[in-house]
Design a protein around this ligand. Structure first.
Ligand code: NAI
Length: 396
């Protein structure tokens, strides 16, 4: 079929298999161009199909030659209906891994559930033995806690007082003011239950109990801090509380892994266009200004550049990863450079529907957004009939 983008707000209902495959190949080529990383050998990536998790899987496999197991929650295609992009990404990733003789298996299901965890443990036991790196990169609006059966939904709200600021409709470029009402107490609890560290700890506890972690194993989860501009809705909002919890969980996990010489890290990453971040109000406007400034200063990075740098310059240098005073690895260092933030803050005040085309990188934002779904990718012929029914060969 001929596949075209069908946008609905901050989601696209279709995805292009060849565009997704090209994105994956571009990321692989980038990692290869940066040389070999003396990194992990057997890697589990939870949230492996898009964004930072996919970049982590690609870096481990094509930078270090690692065997990888990827866990994600994606929709397969049916006749006339495309799969979700993460499904196509994974199919392409596995194809490329196979060409190099790299082990790659995937599990599609709810990572929060006991069933998916058990399936993953069985696969590791049968085929890899032990894992030396676990990347935890889930971004989900909902989680059912397998112990209580309670389904929690996260919300993206400020805490204490309402927050009014500018936001942009990325499709029309219209800047407007948005007011977000403050969260209620159970909103905070629910967001922490979904995006905090409880599930990460469950994964690592169970892997450790089942003796599936190699001596010296590392686990990394991703966090975000961001600037003062967005802090009411992000770092000091409900999602920030969840990130606080995630970050505290790293210390708990590190204590538990001490016996095997293992360690849990938080990596604070840069703001980027992903399916997760485009759903947060105010953030897309910030990102479009940030892209403009970082590109001008030659500091721009995407997920793959960020994670390749995380592996090569932080995690696998031969010395313990450098961390900030709160124990976190920082690869948001370029985003938070003083001159970058001063410029973004100045542009923020100038941002209106009229000024935006010249002061923000709306084109870059939009292209990245379309790219997430395999559209507007260079070198892909979108007029061509393509088979939407792509399979993931190593799906368990
Ligand atoms: P994303 O939306 O691109 O990827 C989320 C991944 O989680 C996908 O592989 C998806 O299939 C998987 N997933 C979601 N629900 C699942 C479930 N129930 N079971 C199994 N898999 C599931 O998100 P992104 O942006 O890469 O986020 C990953 C992490 O990075 C999050 O913790 C996020 O907060 C963090 N981060 C994101 C930043 C950004 O600007 N996008 C910046 C800094 C950190």
């Amino acid at each position: 079929m001929i596949i075209e983008p069908r946008m609905r707000g901050f989601i696209c209902l279709t995805a292009h298999p060849e565009g997704c495959a090209q994105n994956v190949i571009n990321q692989i080529n980038y990692v290869k161009s940066k040389g070999r990383i003396d990194g992990p050998k057997k890697v589990l990536v939870i949230g492996a199909s898009t964004g930072f998790g996919l970049a982590s899987r690609i870096t481990a496999a094509f930078g270090s030659g690692a065997s990888t197991i990827g866990v994600f929650f994606e929709k397969p295609a049916s006749p006339g209906k495309t799969a979700s992009p993460g499904f196509y990404n994974t199919a392409a990733f596995e194809q490329q891994a196979e060409l190099l003789g790299l082990y790659a298996k995937s599990i599609n299901g709810d990572a929060f559930s006991n069933e998916v965890k058990e399936k993953t443990f069985d696969l590791i036991k049968a085929e890899l033995g032990q894992i030396d790196l676990v990347i935890y990169s889930l971004a989900s609006p909902v989680r059912t806690n397998p112990n209580t059966g309670i389904t929690h939904r996260s919300v993206l709200k400020p805490i204490g007082t309402s927050f009014t600021n500018k936001t942009v409709d990325i499709h029309t470029g219209t800047v407007s003011e948005i007011t977000i009402e403050p969260a209620k107490e159970d909103d905070i609890e629910n967001t922490v239950a979904v995006m905090g560290g409880e599930d990460w700890e469950m994964w690592i506890d169970a892997l450790n109990e089942e003796n599936l972690l190699a001596a010296g194993a590392t686990t990394v989860a991703y966090s975000y801090i961001g600037p003062t501009l967005t802090e009411a809705v992000y770092r000091k909002g409900t999602i920030g509380r969840a990130k606080d919890h995630l970050e505290q969980t790293a210390f708990k996990i590190s204590d538990k892994l001490a016996a095997i010489g293992g360690k849990a890290y938080i990596s604070v990453n840069k703001a980027l266009v992903t399916q997760a971040s485009s759903a947060i109000p105010v953030i897309p406007l910030y990102i479009s200004l940030l892209y403009k400034v970082m590109k001008e200063k030659n500091l721009h990075e995407g997920c793959i550049e960020q994670i390749q740098r995380l592996f090569q310059e932080r995690l696998y240098t031969g010395s313990p990863a450098p961390t900030d005073e709160q124990g976190r690895i920082r690869i948001d260092d370029w985003e938070l450079k003083e001159d970058v933030q001063e410029r973004v803050a100045a542009l923020w005040h100038e941002a209106t529907t009229e000024t935006l085309p010249s002061i923000a990188d709306m084109e870059g934002y939009k292209t990245d957004f379309y790219n997430l779904f395999g559209f507007k990718v260079q070198g892909v012929d979108y007029g061509k009939d393509v088979n939407e029914l792509v399979e993931i060969k190593g799906l368990v």
